[in-house]
Design a protein around this ligand. Structure first.
Ligand SMILES: NC(=O)c1ccc[n+]([C@@H]2O[C@H](COP(=O)([O-])OP(=O)(O)OC[C@H]3O[C@@H](n4cnc5c(N)ncnc54)[C@H](OP(=O)(O)O)[C@@H]3O)[C@@H](O)[C@H]2O)c1
Length: 308
């Protein structure tokens, strides 16, 4: 079992908005050896956090072949559709003793990642903080929820939480983790597609007609979650909307920013996962299916290099 006092090796794959923040927080705390697995060279990172900005030195690798030893922990912080591209990192970093924490939105973390990780334990993680990459070596942490990260309340989850002792990131363990994953999915299932399709920030969700559409999209998704055996409350959809309305309408979503930048969208792990689960259980989801068709069309255009 991992002891919190041990000096562990933690590899962070992908130093974007989320990975930059976790790598910066862990490196600044100085309790563990942090290795950054990146596609572009980097030797230091500036982290803006509520307590002020810190600059940390990072040991970064751009070539998996240069990694000399397996890691105790690997934190996967790529977008969901970039997961397979991380396979060469897992090849070097993982043994059956390694734990791989997947800091990605959506569902199906274990199914997506476990085939790549050489028998390592895979741990789904819900991220609540807002990360923003201001430049390749500069990230900002914003804390809008009462916790920053959630994991299951099991041995791996508790060990993961201890990695963040001494950092500003508040990790909560939950015995109702599967429901939390779906509650986060519900938020993403409306905010991301609607801001992306309308090319408007979250203020668009406050329009009465859009709110009504959101409710119907959420009702479908809640029915799917329940068919999957997830204990979602009757007001789970309303709570997702209420959570969204706590935030400024000026905020975008990651899918919205990805569309503006002509990047691939995280469609399959969000709306795609809802529709796939609906198909498994025979639950009708015409609105989510329509969103999925439109988002896939945007993704195909982005892949073909067509501007948004
Ligand atoms: N941003 C948020 O506030 C937020 C909040 C909650 C959840 N999430 C979720 O967290 C996950 C990560 O999102 P993000 O916003 O951090 O995305 P991001 O800013 O696009 O960062 C992803 C990073 O992964 C890197 N990467 C991709 N493939 C790689 C590979 N094979 N090897 C090394 N690095 C690789 C990218 O490198 P390049 O720089 O070279 O492209 C990029 O730096 C997503 O599932 C997202 O939905 C995000």
């Amino acid at each position: 079992m991992t002891s919190p006092q041990q000096h562990l090796t933690i590899a962070v794959i992908g130093l974007g908005s989320i990975g930059g923040v976790v790598a910066g927080c862990l490196a600044a705390a100085g309790r563990h050896e942090v290795i950054a697995c990146v596609r572009r060279p980097l030797d230091r990172l500036t982290l803006e956090q509520p307590q002020g900005a810190v600059e940390v030195k990072l040991a970064a690798f751009t070539d998996p072949a240069r990694v000399e030893k397996p890691a105790d922990w690997v934190l996967l912080c790529t977008k969901t559709h970039e997961t397979e591209s991380a396979a060469p990192w897992f090849e070097r970093l993982c043994t059956s003793q390694t734990r791989v924490a997947v800091l990605q939105n959506g569902i199906g973390h274990v199914e997506r990642v476990a085939p790549l990780t050489r028998g390592a334990t895979v741990l789904p993680v819900i991220v609540y903080y807002n990360g923003e990459r201001l430049s390749p070596d500069h990230v900002r942490l914003r804390q809008g929820f009462d916790r920053d990260i959630a994991v299951a309340d099991d041995e791996a989850g508790r060990d993961f939480a201890r990695l963040f002792d001494g950092t500003p990131l508040r990790v909560r363990t939950s015995s109702e983790f599967a429901a939390l994953v779906w509650q986060k999915l519900l938020i993403n299932a409306v905010a991301n597609p609607i801001t992306t399709l309308t090319l408007q920030r979250q203020a668009v969700l406050r329009r009465p007609d859009v709110q009504e559409l959101c409710r119907r999209i959420l009702n479908e998704a809640v029915a799917v979650g329940r068919a999957e055996g997830i204990a979602l409350a009757d007001d789970a959809g309303e709570r997702a909307l209420a959570t969204l309305f706590c935030f400024s309408g000026e905020l975008g979503t990651s899918m919205y920013f990805d569309r503006l930048a002509g990047r691939q969208l995280e469609v399959e792990a969000l709306t795609g996962a809802i529709v796939a689960a609906a198909d498994r259980h025979g639950v009708p989801t015409p609105l989510n299916r329509a969103l999925l068709t439109l988002l896939r069309a945007i993704n195909d255009a982005a892949a073909a290099g067509k501007p948004p």
